[in-house]
Design a binder for this molecule. Structure first.
Ligand code: F6P
Length: 548
């Protein structure tokens, strides 16, 4: 993997000059001069998905120059390095192989002289057999009753992914009730305790490291809660499962070795839903559907690996994102799923992108002088329309948005879906083309409205437009298509990080808060002196102690 400073490439300079030519051109103009714009800037994936990126502030020249940047920074080598198991996560000396977890053609992938597919397939088989027992009611709790509720305890990648997918694939779910507990706030777990019966509840403790404070605190409280009912530690074998790469710590916690579903250090936490961390997904939708989910991701992996950059969906979306962050200096990207089941998609990719590319030191260890990962945020449509779209339409910021919607809804309720999609199409049109004073005047004329007061407020109604969007239409949110969609964004994140010369697969920044929290906790717990904290922290602690 090459460590090229993108800012010092010829293509970066070309893009800078090109930006000066294009920055004031309106999307309206770009559409008016080219009737083939949609054909040129849209790609179909497997007849299941259409990605329309024509409503972006780009021309064919822009794409050409962005691809030059990808070539000059040796993106092809980077992709090759990831797929062949090179230790591209240098600061942790690890390979990055979530693609292996969905390697459905089972080609050999060698890490440290071992074909990792062998172990992957063993764990998959174990998950298949186990999930069958639980779903069929053959796995009994300590008092002999079948399991009715699954509680996944994990945080970050050990929660966001499986929770998001379980919600997105709700139409495929079986009778088991799924619960996800992540927050160290005791409220989260307490609320679940109110809903479940210890005799029929199975806890999945999902933690790659099995050291994460939040997860271990919640897992220990769950253990204590169960012990209160069963008065005997043997219940653990029937009610506690571990999804982890730290076998030693799992055993110390008291979970039976047979109940461990391992994964490996080359699976990044935020990319772990394809591993045993996905066990709650399997329990919810069945192994057969999980396999389709993996198939969909594998199909996107192949597309990413094999396709030329000018037709490569993750590559193009990543390049367009770099275009906005670094040349238009936009700071955020909104992700707007027009599908209620996908309500956790923005939160999931918020972690995936921001933990991966929120960095300011490049792969050579130098301070970075350009912009790196964008802030990712969003809400499901149409709720967002009545909350924050105002700022996108008329504010002072450029906010590229991804609109994502299924064509076929899982719930055929009257004209709801037609209205939902009409909103999707209306918003992307409005954002691109806006509404000028002339448009507004024409409307008034049409309505034969001569009220002078209305004319006075016309300026406030003007929408400049020229706000870029990608539209992703998916035939239906099936396990297969969701797998492809997630893999698409994972690879987009990889490409962004690779070209921006980042180590995308570590997350050292989150450590500082963890360490400080432990320190403060011991002060609060022992009531000891805290004089060496800053005055603000001291004041807050004093106020807290007054009431606690
Ligand atoms: O927030 C940091 C982080 O390490 C994430 O990358 C990870 O997904 C999360 O914590 C949980 O880690 P673990 O699975 O080890 O409990």
């Amino acid at each position: 993997m090459k460590n090229i400073n993108c800012m010092f490439t010829k293509s970066w300079n070309d893009l800078k000059n090109h930006f000066q030519e294009i920055k004031n051109i309106h999307l309206k103009h770009l559409f008016s001069i080219d009737n083939n714009r949609f054909e040129k800037f849209s790609i179909k994936f497997k007849d299941e998905m259409l990605i329309d990126f024509s409503k972006n502030r780009i021309t064919e020249e822009t794409i050409k120059k962005l691809i030059n940047l990808a070539n000059e920074t040796k993106l092809k080598d980077g992709i090759q390095s990831m797929f062949s198991g090179d230790k591209i996560n240098k600061t942790e000396n690890r390979s990055v192989l979530h693609i292996a977890l969905r390697n459905r053609t089972n080609y050999k992938i060698i890490v440290d002289n071992t074909n990792i597919m062998t172990e992957i397939n063993i764990v998959l088989k174990k998950m298949k057999d186990f999930s069958k027992l639980v779903i069929n009611g053959q796995w009994k709790g300590y008092s002999g009753k079948a399991i009715s509720d699954i509680v996944n305890i994990g945080i970050g990648g050990s929660d966001l992914g499986p929770y998001m997918v379980t919600e997105a694939l709700r139409p495929y779910k079986n009778h088991l009730n799924m619960h996800y507990v992540s927050n160290i706030d005791g409220t989260h777990l307490s609320e679940v305790f109110k809903k479940v019966d210890p005799e029929t509840t199975l806890f999945l403790i999902a933690s790659k490291t099995f050291t994460t404070e939040e997860t271990m605190t919640n897992a220990n409280s769950a253990k204590t809660w169960m012990l209160y009912y069963f008065k005997n530690k043997n219940f653990l074998d029937k009610h506690f499962i571990a999804l982890s790469s730290n076998i030693e710590n799992v055993l110390k916690f008291g979970i039976n070795i047979k109940n461990i579903f391992p994964f490996w250090e080359w699976v990044g936490g935020r990319f772990s839903l394809w591993s045993s961390v996905g066990l709650s997904i399997i329990l919810s939708i069945g192994f057969h559907n999980f396999e389709k989910f993996l198939d969909g991701a594998h199909a996107m992996d192949n597309h990413f690996y094999e396709t030329d950059f000018n037709k490569n969906i993750p590559v193009l979306l990543a390049l367009i994102s770099i275009w906005y962050t670094n040349f238009f200096r936009s700071e955020t990207e909104a992700m707007l799923p027009y599908d209620q089941y996908m309500h956790r998609l923005p939160a999931y990719f918020q972690q995936a992108n921001m933990e991966s590319n929120g960095k300011s030191i490049d792969r050579n260890g130098n301070k970075i002088l350009y912009d790196t990962g964008p802030i990712i945020w969003g809400e499901p449509g149409t709720n967002g329309q009545h909350a924050f779209y105002q700022l996108i339409h008329q504010g002072t910021k450029l906010i590229p948005c991804d609109f994502i919607a299924p064509i076929i809804s899982h719930n055929k309720l009257g004209k709801h879906h037609l209205k939902l999609i009409s909103n999707f199409l209306a918003q992307t049109r409005a954002l691109a083309f806006g509404q000028t004073r002339d448009d507004l005047m024409k409307d008034l004329h049409f309505l034969q409205d001569t009220n002078k007061d209305i004319k006075k407020i016309l300026n406030f109604k003007i929408c400049q437009g020229n706000q870029p969007t990608n539209s992703i239409l998916i035939r239906k949110i099936t396990p297969y298509n969701l797998g492809s969609l997630i893999a698409l964004y994972e690879h987009k994140i990889f490409v962004q990080g690779y070209i921006l010369n980042l180590f995308s697969f570590d997350q050292w920044g989150v450590e500082i808060g963890k360490k400080l929290a432990q320190n403060i906790y011991s002060h609060l717990n022992n009531n000891s002196n805290n004089e060496y904290y800053d005055v603000s922290t001291q004041g807050l602690i004093k106020f807290y102690k007054f009431f606690s």
